[in-house]
Design a protein around this ligand. Structure first.
Ligand code: CTP
Length: 395
């Protein structure tokens, strides 16, 4: 159950604030860590002591105190999600207009995470054109609005304005944080990183691949609900993810064996590893000593893993990578055909921000119908999701 989401709960002055200790309790039960920021008017509707006790954190409210003056920045950076619940008409109006006269609003303006808002007010206040306009502005600014529900209101009137039930708010937060689950039920295998071709017991041939692109694909595929196996070459960056089964390999030969075993049972195979094309013909049993001014190592071709999988393909989506320095599209198209791929992801060494070791990538994708799609320079996480969107479209 440990999900470790960090929720910053902003409580504003609506009578529904009395439900927030229960909301905090449910969030914690769902595996979240919760910090509370409260407005002055909300303090008369719910006890700070109750909130501090259930959240196991100090409740924050004073924007001008010396001890807390820069807390809005720290809290805004800390949170994975900010939830304003209940959101009073007044707080909604201020949020929509960038007013910053209390700690909750300062946190809202500083937060880099997604923001959710559960409005709660009397029905006429909710229906008022100004409130509706403010909510429309917030929606346009990316705030997700939860509710309000209809029912009996504190005023005795009946209509829309009740804060959504805490249980429903928690479900919506968890759904938002989980993201789309379009790969549920699919088994995706990703290869990543370099291979190391042994020369003797202390030396090997390798390349500059860090594995970052493949790791990002594995991570995002798991996040989108897929069962993921990562076959990773040693020598790149480290990787650990509790939902990704990771098989570490050394040489191209080891990678080939691991890929063969995994290929049969998968729905998609994404080969982002930088596999050595050649490996030493013989591996010295003992360390090679320095002798002449020159030395030669005879290399033999490795198995082309992707081409072999392409021959064995029985309905799996097979994705390859091509890192090119020239004639990029032509070379990539040749590899797509030769290796019987469904998609090939092309990186050009001529593009700034693409290639080994960077946190960004710029890709062009060719599919088996010769369609060419160019993408902008993006983070590897976003590139991973673009690739997975294309893979998902093949299922
Ligand atoms: N690949 C593979 N097995 C190899 C070499 C490459 O599976 N022995 C895969 C890579 O993981 C990549 C794709 O094939 O997904 C293209 O790799 P690349 O090195 O660009 O292609 P090559 O066919 O080796 O052609 P060249 O090196 O001549 O450009």
């Amino acid at each position: 159950m440990a999900v470790n989401h960090k929720v910053l709960l902003g409580i504003s002055g609506s009578i529904a604030a009395y439900k927030t200790p229960d909301l905090v309790r449910l969030l914690i039960k769902a595996g979240c860590e919760v910090k509370v920021v409260i407005t002055e008017s909300a303090k008369s509707m719910v006890s700070e002591l109750s909130l501090a006790t259930v959240s196991r954190n100090v409740v924050v409210s004073d924007i001008a105190s010396q001890a807390q003056w820069n807390n809005h920045v720290a809290l805004g950076l800390w949170a994975n999600v900010m939830l304003v619940a209940p959101g009073s008409a007044n707080t909604i109006a201020k949020m929509a207009n960038g007013v910053c006269d209390n700690m909750l609003l300062a946190c809202y303006l500083s937060a880099r995470c997604p923001v959710m808002l559960a409005p709660a007010m009397d029905l006429d206040m909710f229906e008022h054109a100004t409130t509706q306009k403010n909510l429309a502005i917030l929606k346009q600014n990316g705030v997700s609005i939860i509710g309000p529900a209809s029912g009996e209101l504190a005023s005795g009137l009946v209509g829309q304005g009740r804060m959504e039930e805490p249980q429903i708010i928690v479900e919506q937060i968890l759904r938002l944080l989980k993201g789309k689950q379009d790969l549920t039920g699919k088994h995706i295998v990703v290869s990543a990183g370099p291979t190391r071709e042994p020369i003797d017991p202390v030396r090997y041939l390798s390349n500059y691949s860090t594995g970052k692109m493949g790791y990002a694909i594995a991570e995002q595929a798991a996040k989108r609900g897929a069962q993921v196996t990562l076959i990773a070459g040693k020598g790149g960056d480290t990787f650990a993810h509790k939902e990704v089964k990771t098989i570490w390999v050394d040489s191209a030969e080891e990678m080939y064996k691991a890929c063969e075993l995994e290929f049969e049972k998968c729905n998609a195979f994404i080969m982002s590893a930088a596999v050595a094309d050649y490996t030493p013909e013989t591996v010295a049993a003992i360390k090679i000593k320095k002798k002449d001014d020159e030395m030669q190592i005879k290399l033999k071709k490795t198995t082309d893993i992707l081409a072999t999988l392409g021959e064995q393909k029985k309905g799996q989506t097979l994705v390859g990578f091509a890192l090119e320095t020239n004639d990029e599209i032509e070379n990539a198209r040749g590899k797509l055909k030769r290796k019987n791929l469904d998609l090939i992801i092309l990186n050009s060494m001529r593009d700034a921000g693409a290639g080994f070791g960077t946190d960004t990538n710029k890709i062009t994708v060719l599919d088996k119908n010769e369609k060419v799609t160019h993408f902008e320079l993006k983070t590897k996480k976003d590139v991973a999701n673009d690739i997975l969107d294309l893979v998902a479209a093949t299922f």
